[in-house]
Design a protein around this ligand. Sequence first.
Ligand SMILES: [Zn+2]
Length: 392
Amino acid sequence: MEMPEQPRSRRQTRAAILTHLLQSGGSFRPPLAKAVRLSEASLSRILFDLKAEGLIEEVRRPAPYVGGPTGLVSLDGSVALAALELNSQWLTVGVGSLSGELHYTERVPLPRKPTIETVGRAFREALTLLRDWTRRRRIAPAQIGITIPGLGRLSVSGNPIIPCDLGHISGMLGEMFANVPVEFTNSVVAHATFHRCRTENYPFSGAHLFVFVGQGVAGTWMDDPIEEDTLQPVELGHMVFGTDGPRCRCGHHGCVEAYTSLPALAELLGVSEAELLQLGNEWVSTIPIPARVRQELRRRLFRLGLAIGNTLNVKPCNGVAISGWPSLLAEDDRKAVVEGIDACLLGGRKLAQLSLAFVPPSSGNDPQAALAFAAFCLASRGGMPAASTEAA
Ligand SMILES: [Zn+2]
């Protein structure tokens, strides 16, 4: 039986196919047709175009069901994407493929106290590196994705996390990459995209809340990729739990971020943030945690749970994915997050039919998150030019 086709524009239909391929890593034709609600004949016509444009490739493989062999459709690995990922210590620039390989990466360090000027200079240096690298290889990026911590939190130039002037940076991009579509996003949105598109067996396919606990603490509402506004950042990290608490980088005191971010964790463990970053995921088995510290750690995780529960009270949702350092902990420690959610969520987790999953941390993998975001941008405009007029 075939599903009725939904009235969609050509762009929307192409976007549905490309985002499905991005999130699944590849698909045979019959399940792809079903997932994007198209007849196999309609799908066939669109795949023909996408292949001709070099956006997808198809390898004939024996299919794991009756009726095979058929083609395994995936995104074309020769499409290049560029990305810039800003954090408090450096700006990473990179080039990767639509299918997820990393071809080039370089880090431009930032001074200890970055200013609009020094961040602007770092962007100029990174963009020059990118232009030179791509020119030498005659590579034209199809999309540039740029991630900035705290973007959208306040007016752009007043970003309290890392000062930067997006107007000025956009100007440089216009000079150096005149015809390449560019999108800026909040870092948490990029990390959410990375997990959704590049994590094997990602636990959710429908709408859910993605929570990222890294240098900052924030969330993203993740929706069906066919909908508009699929990715909405949510600033749950700045929920205040006591105005006499530690000072947060946003300027307030006692935010959940000030208790549970990586810098806060480093302080609690008695190591520097640089040491903690150096250890990567190994910190959890390397740094001894005395009982008293573990107790405080759990108290903080409980607060993180409260912040998540509060967020779900405001906008109910059946799934939460948590990524970041809490995912590395043993289940006994992580239980504190779950208890926090339970304590706060009206009716508790069971009544709310909430499923919760911890996914691996993605801090320190820059610029993979920004590259995944660039891939998502290209896919969600159907691989078509940014300002193209709609032809249904
Ligand atoms: Zn704050």
